[in-house]
Write a protein that binds this ligand. Structure first.
Ligand SMILES: Nc1ncnc2c1ncn2[C@@H]1O[C@H](COP(=O)(O)OP(=O)(O)OP(=O)(O)O)[C@@H](O)[C@H]1O
Ligand SMILES: [Mg+2]
Length: 497
């Protein structure tokens, strides 16, 4: 069968980093083609070259049998290519409708028919089964998952024959993932070629026709999904087999160290009460919009609390801002690394050490021991296998998953007693995921308590000692380790229980 897209001999370096080395990648019409590989393997870079957001050093792109010259995003749009990025590019101060048609508005030069634009935006969202999104609301009012849906609609507002999605489901819960998959199947049936990047192998088996693997910037191979399995894919990606995916934990669960009583904050957190013991991972599961993240933000002092009490080691604490939370020993790993997690324009080293700068500061003049700071950062980079050759590089130069690892190192630095982790392994490859689970176990050994928000059921089942399930701002149920399974989680999250 003829290929819709062929990328041949694509090579790209950033300074000394070889992001892609002579990669050959081709996609057929009407297929869903998964692109996988470890963090930093070059997946996003390949897609950015396809979209014209970045130019290759050498190589050739052929679309429908004709050589395509893609030098800028405009070129790729004209060729019917839409790429939805891992980090979104939405203008959060504009409305949903404006965002969806942004490129059309700004290139037309004609008078905009706003009513028509709103209607069309509404139609697109309805097609995606997201008619509950108000097209006149500002994008910044929505959760990241909904912002993602808007981003996808934006891609679909154009006439496309190749659609690439870079980790589209990282922020979606199961229900939303199902909706997205329905949409992808419809597009595929219409002949659209879909490139699908994800670290979630279950999804890849569910949705893709073929799978290509990149490793360290090189093309490893393409296989038919029906002819492969998880083990052999992992083997292709990391070059070795991974067995104990969720490492065993031998930690004794101790006394209650953290307690939240009748917490209320806006519509999203209603009478939330729970406690966590030292050495314990308490999961917080729920659909997108159930109030999980908002509850975490309220505890951490990033959302105002209307009533409720928080106790740490039996003592009542008042937390009005993140600084106070840190002072009390409460750490928070944000789901949103771009806005509240990391300073992308700062070096990798400084992001890691910033929240623990006291550790490296001493003496009368509070001088920072640069050597110690450096060594600490280097140690974390090694421990978490952060893919970089210089810790003084800007954090923005790292691949998505490696940025997430820097965010984790940052949270670990101040030695907190209670750590809230919102989607800790989002965008992280299989090998590094296991490293993060190991680190969580290490924290528990130290006597920490962890509250883990996750949309990945497998992760909740594999890691949690107990789970709370939220629905519309309230806790709808609690499951003990022996009771945690997919059916129970979903039914509590959707309130069919
Ligand atoms: N603008 C840039 N400047 C410097 N290095 C870069 C830049 N963009 C990407 N790189 C490097 O290129 C390599 C490939 O990165 P890329 O983002 O394509 O990986 P990826 O496969 O998408 O990883 P992930 O799964 O973590 O998203 C990485 O080593 C990354 O640090
Ligand atoms: Mg990427």
């Amino acid at each position: 069968m003829e290929n819709r897209l062929e990328m041949k001999g694509i090579t790209k370096s950033f300074g000394g980093v070889h992001a892609l080395t002579s990669v050959n990648f081709s996609v057929r019409p009407g297929e869903i083609h998964a692109l996988i590989g470890e963090n930093g393997a070059g997946k996003s870079t390949l897609m950015r070259i396809l979209s014209g957001a970045c130019n290759s050093d050498c190589g050739e792109i052929v679309i429908n049998g004709r050589p395509a010259s893609i030098k800028s995003p405009m070129d790729s749009v004209k060729l019917g290519v839409a790429v939805i990025y891992q980090e979104y590019a939405l203008a959060t101060d504009l409305t949903v409708a404006e965002n969806i048609f942004l490129d059309n508005i700004t290139t037309g030069g004609k008078i905009v028919n706003w009513k028509r634009l709103e209607r069309k935006a509404q139609e697109l969202l309805a097609k995606l089964n997201f008619s509950d999104i108000d097209v006149n609301a500002k994008v910044s009012d929505f959760s990241m998952a909904y912002q993602q849906v808007v981003e996808i609609c934006k891609g679909l507002s154009k006439d496309i024959s190749i659609l690439a999605l870079d980790e589209p489901t990282a922020l979606l819960s199961n229900k939303e993932v199902d909706k997205l998959f329905e949409l992808l199947i419809t597009l595929k049936d219409r002949g659209v070629s879909i490139i699908y990047i994800s670290h979630r192998l279950e999804e890849i088996f569910q949705i893709s026709d073929r799978i290509s693997v990149l490793k360290d910037g090189c093309f490893v191979g393409t296989v038919d999904t029906a002819d492969t399995d998880k083990q052999s894919l992992v083997g292709m990606m990391v070059g070795r087999n991974l067995n104990d995916y969720y490492p065993k934990r031998e930690v004794k669960i101790g006394d209650v160290i953290f307690e939240v009583n009748n917490l209320n904050s806006g519509k999203e957190t209603k009478n939330v009460s729970f406690n966590i013991r030292s050495g314990e991972i308490l999961g917080l599961y729920g659909l997108v919009g159930s109030g999980r993240t908002e509850t975490a933000l309220a505890i951490f002092g990033l959302r105002s609390i209307s009533s409720g009490e928080i106790f740490l080691e039996g003592k009542k604490v008042e937390i009005k801002n993140p600084k106070e939370a840190f002072r009390h020993g409460i750490g928070y790993l944000s789901e949103d690394r771009k806005h509240t997690g990391l300073l992308l324009d700062m070096s990798i080293k400084h992001n890691i050490t910033l929240s623990a700068i006291d550790k490296f500061t001493s003496g009368l003049f509070s001088s920072i021991n640069l050597k110690e700071e450096n060594n600490y950062a280097l140690g974390e980079v090694e421990k978490l296998a952060i893919h970089t050759n210089n810790i003084n590089n800007l954090t923005s130069s790292l691949s998505g998953g490696n940025q997430q690892k820097v965010a984790i190192a940052k949270v670990l630095a101040p030695k907190c007693k209670v750590i809230i982790m919102d989607e800790p392994t989002r965008g992280v490859d299989v090998g590094s995921k296991r490293e993060i689970y190991h680190i969580m176990n290490m924290l528990l050994e130290r006597g920490c308590a962890i509250l883990m928000i996750s949309s990945e059921m497998e992760e909740i089942i594999g890691m949690c000692d107990r789970v709370l399930v939220m629905h519309e701002g309230t806790i709808n149920g609690e499951l003990d380790k022996s009771e945690i399974n997919e059916t129970r989680l979903i039914s509590l999250a959707m309130e069919v229980d």
